[in-house]
Design a protein around this ligand. Structure first.
Ligand SMILES: Nc1ncnc2c1ncn2[C@@H]1O[C@H](COP(=O)(O)OP(=O)(O)OP(=O)(O)O)[C@@H](O)[C@H]1O
Ligand SMILES: [Mg+2]
Length: 429
């Protein structure tokens, strides 16, 4: 396994010649969503203060359920979103950390054991890399590629629950890791789109993992928490316990299905259904006054109509319930579901609908809250929304990966998958 290098290529010294800025670092997150492309550019100063300096968004029409289906449209949207963020920030960027989702994503937990190598039996960085390598050596079909190998904990001889084993003494080192794999073609399509837009990909990052980095705090991670990112095309699940990631999964349903149902139910075009949903939608029918009426503009010369908001919510609620029931089924697959002490955090645009938190609580039987990225800087207000959790999380991931300390690196034993995918396709043809 090749392990991500300490010094990421995304990190560049900027504005050469300006000494006071020489230590600044730039991080770029590119969230290629089913409904929008979002780009966040952040700058970290020499005091490790991170501020958002550029944000770009563009409607995305080239994806279905988190997967690229139209390269041309996706390239165009990526280019426009990045250019917008570049203009806002005043920085020309070269490479990005890009998100990946879709129901081709699979994840498993795995274990590996090694004998500690040094004469003094003190665990060093190379032991750590070796044991993670052993744990991640799983057989994979030809068309799948590992995108993350995330260590959960280590066992040194008989001592378990260890997070940072470097410097500890022992003869036997065991690691438990969470492995995420993705379809090679899906990775290649994302990489191609970014290249064609004129940029490099530093890393491909699982979207719910990125979102969790933006909105979860360390207490929640320790107590046990699940994140549900309900986007347009997918609902992404990640479960954490005892400070580590335990489970990830992607469900191929999101806010677009709700819009689709409204469009069918009210016999109205998708665009208008989307407006009605955002302006009047509610995920819980019991929160609506019985006689509330909403005015729907007529289309193609027809007269405007008045419909009951109750009817609208009767269309929305079953679909949202289905999403939460599917999420519950996924959450129950994680063997730590019963230990989720901090409850559920919702992100993604579809979580903004009134009644969503209440409905989620009743289906999942756990406390639920909305999660927004915690960030600073002039543009922080713009990205302090559940819709930007993934893009800000990608920035956080790139910052984590760029930190050269072994402790930080332990958190991100991630393959240089972009190189791997390139090799995979070279071997194929
Ligand atoms: N105020 C709102 N009320 C209800 N739904 C909303 C609201 N704002 C946005 N949405 C919905 O959120 C969805 C988009 O969310 P988001 O931007 O997180 O998705 P995405 O990242 O593009 O898609 P995905 O993550 O599934 O690939 C759309 O279906 C949109 O209708
Ligand atoms: Mg998304």
């Amino acid at each position: 396994m090749e392990v991500m290098t300490a010094q990421s290529t995304a990190v560049r010294k900027i504005i050469p010649g300006k000494r006071e800025m020489a230590e600044d670092r730039i991080y770029v997150g590119l969230d290629i969503g089913t409904t929008k492309i979002a780009v966040v550019i952040a700058r970290e100063d020499q005091y490790n203060q991170l501020s958002i300096v550029g944000v770009g968004t563009h409607p995305s029409t080239g994806l279905r359920r988190g997967v690229v289906i139209n390269i041309e449209k996706t390239v165009d949207a990526i280019r426009k979103a990045i250019e917008q963020a570049e203009l806002m920030s005043g920085h020309k960027i070269h490479s990005v950390y890009a998100g990946i989702a879709g129901d081709h994503i699979r994840s498993i937990n795995s274990k590996g054991v090694i004998t500690v190598s040094g004469k003094d039996r003190v665990i060093n960085e190379s032991d750590l890399f070796r044991v993670v390598d052993v744990a991640s050596a799983i057989g994979l079909p030809m068309d799948r590629i590992k995108i993350h190998v995330l260590p959960q904990e280590y066992i040194v001889d008989d001592r378990d629950g260890i997070k940072k084993p470097i410097g500890m003494s022992g003869t036997r080192l065991e690691s438990e890791v969470h492995i995420v794999t993705a379809s090679a073609s899906a990775i290649q399509d994302i990489t191609n789109c970014v290249h064609q837009a004129g940029y490099e990909v530093d890393q491909i990052v699982l979207e719910p993992y990125a979102s969790s980095l933006a909105v979860l705090d360390s207490d929640e991670l320790d107590l046990g928490v699940a994140i549900l990112d309900i986007g347009g095309g997918t609902t992404d699940v990640a479960v954490f316990f005892d400070g580590s990631i335990r489970f990830t999964s992607i469900i191929g349903l999101g806010g677009q299905s709700v819009t689709n149902d409204i469009s069918h139910g009210l016999r109205t075009p998708m665009e208008q259904a989307e407006d009605i949903k955002k302006n009047f939608g509610c995920a819980l029918q019991s929160m609506i006054e019985q006689d509330e009426l909403i005015r729907v503009p007529g289309i193609h010369g027809r007269a405007p109509r008045e419909i009951s908001r109750n009817v609208l919510c009767a269309i929305i609620q079953p679909r949202m319930e289905e999403i939460f029931n599917l999420a519950l089924r996924e959450l129950e697959k994680s063997d730590v579901f019963d230990s989720i002490g901090a409850g559920i955090v919702l992100t993604g645009g579809a979580s903004l609908m009134p009644g969503t938190v209440e409905l989620a609580e009743s289906v999942l039987g756990l406390p639920v809250k909305l999660g927004s990225p915690v960030v600073e800087g002039g543009l922080a207000e713009t990205v302090r929304s559940p819709m930007y959790a993934t893009a800000v999380g990608l920035v956080e991931f790139s910052r984590k990966s760029a930190d050269g300390s072994p402790e930080r690196k332990e958190d991100s034993f991630t393959n240089r998958i972009v190189d791997k995918v390139r090799r995979y396709f070279e071997d194929l043809f």
